[in-house]
Design a protein around this ligand. Structure first.
Ligand code: ADP
Length: 260
């Protein structure tokens, strides 16, 4: 009888082990595939401005007497593509930094009300170009243990998007609240909204609902991926509520005290 039990146990254990092994193998394959996808996306994104620059430079070179206006126009376009390439590289570097684990965090006690005020002040000029009203509502004073640089980037990206994907004359409402455990930052806008089928993908690297609109706005498709990673390394969460054509609200929840 004992032998039989032993046999059954070994059998189930072997089965469990092989299931666990297969699961791990599947996960590794998935990781490898997503790494490959990322490298191919990065290459594609970096190549696009280069291709434009090459076309512009070649067409200038092909002409003998280039009128000064045309020269200036093409050079202006080349400069814009260089700026774009630069933005992509800056965002990629931020993303790589955010991908690292908690040991790279510089945690200190930060006044979140002041942090948000500063972010809004910095983004005011962009909002003014679209006549978008940006309001901050602080329900209480909040101090939390965070990495200031990383969360500043995360909140800036959310507020900048709320302005970028808004209508002329629209509004952005940022609010700060807290309970005994977490603080909550809500970024609500009166913008174009995000279709339901896109909402699950919105935090993926390089995912955009409308590629040409994002490009026009100077977007790289990395802002939300950066924001989400920054929130996750603080053991926080970010949720999205959106109705197409009506606006979007992102809610971020971060623990007040950092636990490694
Ligand atoms: P991008 O650089 O293109 O803005 P993000 O990663 O920041 O990249 O955002 C991904 C996409 O999500 C955007 O291209 C846009 O389509 C959509 N999006 C993000 N925020 C908003 C928002 N507040 N309202 C509407 N669409 C948004």
């Amino acid at each position: 009888y004992d032998d039989e039990v032993l046999h059954v146990n070994t059998f189930t254990e072997t089965k469990q082990l092989s299931e666990a092994f297969n699961k791990m193998l599947g996960r590794l394959k998935q990781l490898d595939q997503s790494r490959e996808e990322f490298v191919s996306n990065v290459s594609h994104e970096l190549k696009t401005p280069l291709t434009s620059m090459k076309v512009l430079a070649d067409s200038l070179l092909a002409q003998e007497d280039v009128p000064i206006e045309l020269y200036q126009e093409f050079m202006g376009d080349i400069a814009k593509e260089i700026d774009r390439e630069n933005d992509i590289i800056t965002d990629l570097l931020s993303l790589v930094k955010m991908d690292k684990t908690a040991k790279d965090l510089h945690i200190k006690s930060v006044n979140i009300n002041e942090l948000l005020e500063l972010i809004l002040k910095r983004l005011k000029p962009i909002a003014e170009t679209k006549n978008v009203e940006v309001v901050l509502e602080s329900f209480r004073p909040v101090t939390a243990e965070i990495d200031e640089v990383k969360l500043t980037l995360a909140f800036s990206n959310l507020v900048e998007n709320a302005i970028k994907y808004n209508h002329e004359g629209g509004w952005v409402h940022v609010s700060l609240n807290a309970d005994h455990k977490y603080f909550y930052v809500k970024v609500a806008d009166s913008g174009i909204g995000i279709p339901e089928e896109d909402q699950v993908h919105i935090f993926e690297r390089f995912y955009r609902v409308d590629k040409s609109h994002s490009r026009e706005m100077g977007g790289t498709g990395l802002g939300l991926a950066i924001a989400r990673n920054a929130v996750i390394i603080h053991r926080g969460s970010v949720k999205i509520y959106s109705n197409e054509g009506e606006g979007t609200t992102f809610t971020v929840r971060i623990p007040l005290t950092y636990v490694a």
